[in-house]
Structure formats: C-alpha cells, structure tokens
Design a protein around this ligand. Structure first.
Ligand SMILES: [Zn+2]
Length: 254
C-alpha cells in the first residue's frame, strides 16, 4: 500500500519518526510520499528520504505559505528537483478558505510552479481549498501537466469536473467520516483508475481512530478499508489498483 501524501517532517511525526515508519510497515504500508511545503520543509523532506528507499517526496510552495516565499527564490527549487527522491511538484494551488496569502500572490506562485513542472515533466500535487474552479482554469494553461487533487473534499460535481479534465483524485480519512455521504458519492463516481489514497498525516485521522490519535501513514489502511466498502471489493484489490495508479502518476516503481 502507498500513502501518497503525508507530512513526515511535521514535528508531531518527525519527533517519533522511527516508530511511525515501523507502524506503517506493520500495517502493510510499504511506500510513502512526504510533502515539503516551504523551502526549509523541502530540504527536510529530501533529507528524510535519504537512505530510505521506501520514501519519496514532493516539494513546492503551499498556497498558505505563498506570502512568505520570494517568487525570485522559486528557481532554487531546481536544485531540489535534481534529487531523484523528488517525484513531484507540490503541494501547490489555491486556498480561498484560509487566504493567508493574498490571492494574486497565490496565483502567481501557483503558475510559476506549474511552469516548472511542465519544464521538468513532473506531476503536481494540488491543494485546492474552496477554489476548484479557479485551479482548473489555471491548469488549462498547462495542458501537459499531470495532477492529483489531493485531499479531495468537494462535491460530486467538482469531482466530475476534475475527472473530465483528466486528473487523479486523492482521498483521505475525510471519506471515512459519518456525515460525508456526498464525499463517498464522489468517490463512487470516480473511475477506479483515477483514485489515490492518502492520509495527509498528521491531519485528518480517519475513522475509527479519528478522535483518539494523531494521524500517521499506518492509518491509510483505514482509508483503503472505506474505499473497499464503497467499491464492494476486498482491501487487497484497493491496494493493487491505487498502487498502480500512484505508480502511473508519480513514475515511482514503474
Ligand atoms: Zn498536505
């Protein structure tokens, strides 16, 4: 099983990294992609992959940090991308919920990183919070760029728009929450070859550990269980399909 999106550099996980990785292995989570959200976090993400062949990372400027990073520093990301552990640009996008960075700054940062992804021929990990339409509009200018909409929590109609544009959809523990029937409906309308599973740890612990525990990659198994129920298949089939999808998108293990 692959956890396609986690934050192992977050202090809550970094402080107990060996135990977190051991529990992931015990749960059958053989591979993880950790995300670097700022230049400093990118350096940490690359470092955590060193000597651990079961880890890869994505690095980018998260829209909630766009105001803290000088656009002139973005070319420095080429150095990170020269490292073979870096399989994607991300997470990047727009966040209209928090708006920590002014929207024009978010857009400029997003577009500059999409241009880099196109140039490097790497996929992108999209963070789009309350901004699906604008994210899709910007992506239209970069038709060669492959993408996953990570931590999808939108409506079935938004899922349809993402699928029609040819992108992957990433599901977290949010899909396990009792009240999220519409999200499970969105999952069911996704062709199986477009679905990725992820934790977004340390955020969004899935049921049944939602209230008890900080999220960690081992718990992607609970997301897989939920997908298996919605698909009426066993969890081994979910593992097989979503691993193949991750390999197709990220080119890791192909
Ligand atoms: Zn994330």
């Amino acid at each position: 099983m692959i956890d396609t999106h986690c934050h192992l550099t977050d202090p809550r996980l970094a402080a107990q990294l060996d135990a977190v990785l051991a529990r992931a292995a015990a749960a059958g989570v053989r591979r993880m992609i950790t995300i670097g959200t700022t230049p400093a976090d990118a350096a940490a993400a690359v470092a955590v992959c060193r000597g651990r062949d079961f880890l890869r990372c994505a690095v980018g400027v998260h829209p909630n940090h766009a105001h803290e990073v000088d656009p002139n520093d973005l070319p420095a990301y080429r150095t990170f991308h020269a490292n073979p552990a870096v399989v994607a640009v991300g997470e990047i996008g727009l966040d209209y919920h928090h708006r920590f960075a002014p929207v024009p700054r978010q857009r400029a940062t997003f577009e500059a990183q999409l241009a880099l992804a196109a140039e490097l021929d790497k996929p992108v990990v999209i963070h789009g919070r309350d901004a699906t339409d604008d994210v899709l509009a910007i992506l239209r200018s970069f038709p060669a760029v492959r993408a996953v909409f990570h931590c999808f929590t939108g409506t079935p109609a938004e899922a349809r728009a993402i699928l029609d544009a040819g992108y992957f959809v990433g599901f977290t523990g949010a899909v396990t929450y009792k009240k999220n029937d519409a999200l499970r409906e969105a999952l069911r309308l996704c062709p199986r070859d477009r679905v990725l599973i992820e934790t977004d740890a340390p955020y969004l612990s899935p049921e049944p550990v939602r209230k008890q525990k900080t999220n960690e990659p081992a718990f992607v198994a609970h997301v897989a269980d939920c997908v298996a129920r919605e698909w009426s298949v066993d969890v081994a089939e979910v593992d097989r399909v979503t691993t193949a999808n991750a390999v197709a998108l990220f080119g890791w293990g192909r």
